[in-house]
Design a protein around this ligand. Structure first.
Ligand code: CCH
Length: 286
């Protein structure tokens, strides 16, 4: 009857699309920031929130958004991600019903799609948890290492070799910052557009050690303006990884399909969903 008090707000797909649209709007809102887009750093936030998952203990993962708290916010791998969390505060203020855990993963989906990447099916259901759910340091990959380390880290999350290579293609986006990781520079000439260029450049360019005082990284011999991390280079040193790098370099559609699958899987690790249905959000350019 009309005297019944309203129940808790039950968001629909349209409400999540509104959140998506607000994230899309803030991506290019600051010309001064990096290459003019918050997109890459939002992708990194979604990845680092999710990539702490351990399939044996079923701890970590995107459910909880525990990077809001020290010690996790202070883990070396998370340096610079405060920027990403802070820009999303405006969206959270406007849609206070959404959990940070859902917001951070949805923002990563919006960033990928708005930068020209594939549609990433996404569903809600993450709940924020408190500081006690913070994961120990060392669960995210260390860029100074190589293929054995990559396998140790990503197998722990539940990924295989093909999935490791597909996920790594996100390095088409963004750049390294000396005041965050210590490394310097972008991987591609179009760091705000999602493409398979990471794989093409890995294979087609000649790479040599950069001569500088910073941590060991590679630079392309011809322009000296691009970079690769030791972990990126391991993807062509290792025979099994290399096969997938070659396939993605040749076939952008294959990369887009595989990336959409594996990124959706990453964002769902360890989340006890009640909802089966996944939403595919409209991009602002659709
Ligand atoms: Fe990454 N990444 N990443 N990365 N990453 C860095 C930046 C980005 C590693 C190390 C680094 C993935 C995998 C790995 C992004 C997405 C993904 C930086 C520079 C380092 C170091 C940070 C800085 O200085 O700001 C290592 C090691 C691995 C091992 O596999 C995966 C998987 C993804 C997503 C699917 C994105 C995007 C960036 C750019 C961030 C920005 O601010 O521009």
């Amino acid at each position: 009857s009309s005297t019944k008090p309203p129940g808790p707000f039950q968001p629909t797909k349209e409400d999540y699309q509104k959140v998506y649209n607000d994230v899309a709007e803030l991506l290019d809102s600051n010309d001064e920031y990096d290459d003019g887009s918050y997109g890459p750093v939002l992708v990194r936030l979604g990845w680092h929130a999710s990539g702490t998952y351990d399939k044996e203990t079923k701890t970590g993962g995107s459910n909880g958004a525990t990077m809001r708290f020290a010690p996790e916010s202070d883990h070396g791998a998370n340096a610079g991600l405060r920027t990403a969390r802070d820009v999303l505060e405006k969206v959270k203020d406007k849609h206070p019903w959404i959990s940070y855990s859902d917001l951070w993963t949805l923002a990563a989906v919006a960033a990928i799609q708005e930068m020209g990447g594939p549609k990433i099916p996404w569903r809600p259901g993450r709940n924020d948890r408190d500081v006690a759910a913070c994961t120990p340091d060392g669960r995210l990959p260390d860029a100074t290492k190589e293929q054995k380390h990559l396998r140790d880290i990503f197998y722990r999350m539940g990924f295989n070799d093909q999935e490791i290579v597909a996920l790594s293609g996100a390095h088409a986006l963004g750049r390294c910052h000396t005041d965050r990781s210590g490394f310097e520079g972008p991987w591609t000439f179009s760091p705000t557009v999602f493409t398979n260029d990471f794989y093409k450049l890995l294979i087609e360019e000649k790479w040599s050690w950069k001569k500088w005082n910073g941590p060991k990284q590679f630079e392309d011999v011809s322009s000296k303006s691009l970079m690769m991390l030791p972990t990126d280079m391991a993807l062509i040193k290792d025979k099994v990884f290399r096969k997938h790098v070659e396939a993605y370099a040749k076939d952008n559609e294959l990369f887009f399909r595989d990336f959409a699958d594996v990124f959706a899987k990453l964002l769902e690790l360890g989340v006890p969903f009640k909802q089966e249905e996944k939403f595919v959000f409209k991009a602002t350019t659709d």
